[in-house]
Ligand binder design. Structure first.
Ligand SMILES: Cc1cc2nc3c(=O)[nH]c(=O)nc-3n(C[C@H](O)[C@H](O)[C@H](O)COP(=O)(O)O)c2cc1C
Length: 173
């Protein structure tokens, strides 16, 4: 069962969950999920949205560019699953099938599944995409995140997802 929610009632839960990481699910050539620590809930153009930042090197990036949608999975009550964080936060969908490590739950409005272990589910449709403009980033941040040789060219792309559904996956799903 899915219990519909007003996602803004969970703003604090989401903000606190971002530090250890929430999940950004995609469903291009196959299901994939990656941990994200950067993101924000808000409003633009009068629409409820969630912004995510994805490095060029992520398998997830190609998936998002293909399907133009994503689903976020957020743990409730601080219930972080260390194995999910390890698999989805350090391994790539290029090398493994992350669907083998989580319990997928059919989406309601878009085509990207949620995850039972992280029940707060936010389905999004991408309405805006922008590569970072590196010369507009303060130098100290540039050096920290993009200054090392292997990170040059590995900047982030911003995806703004319009929230098309939000619910909590209940136990009997
Ligand atoms: C706590 C945490 C937060 C992370 N936040 C982000 C993020 O916001 N953006 C990003 O591109 N990668 C982030 N990562 C790294 C990706 O989760 C990681 O590289 C992942 O293996 C990419 O999977 P993929 O290649 O299947 O897309 C984070 C990792 C951790 C552990």
């Amino acid at each position: 069962m899915k219990e519909k929610v007003n996602v803004f009632d969970y703003a604090e839960t989401i903000a606190k969950a971002l530090r250890p990481g929430i999940l950004l699910n995609s469903n291009g050539d196959k299901f994939n999920s990656m941990v994200i620590g950067w993101g924000h809930l808000g409003i633009i153009w009068g629409r409820e949205t969630f912004c995510v930042y994805v490095r060029q090197s992520r398998y997830t990036k190609a998936q998002l560019d293909k399907t133009e949608e994503f689903t976020l999975s957020v743990p409730l009550d601080g219930m972080i699953d260390k194995e999910i964080v390890r698999v989805c936060g350090t391994l790539s969908g290029r090398d493994i099938d992350k669907a083998d490590y989580v319990t997928l739950v059919e989406p309601q409005t878009n085509s990207t599944p949620g995850i039972k272990e992280y029940p707060l589910t936010i389905e999004c449709r991408i309405i805006y995409t922008q590569d970072q403009i590196l010369d507009q980033i303060p130098e100290e941040i540039l050096n920290r995140y993009y200054g090392v040789s292997e990170d040059i060219g590995n900047f982030h792309t911003l995806y703004i997802g319009e929230i098309v559904d939000a619910y909590i996956i209940k136990e009997d799903e």
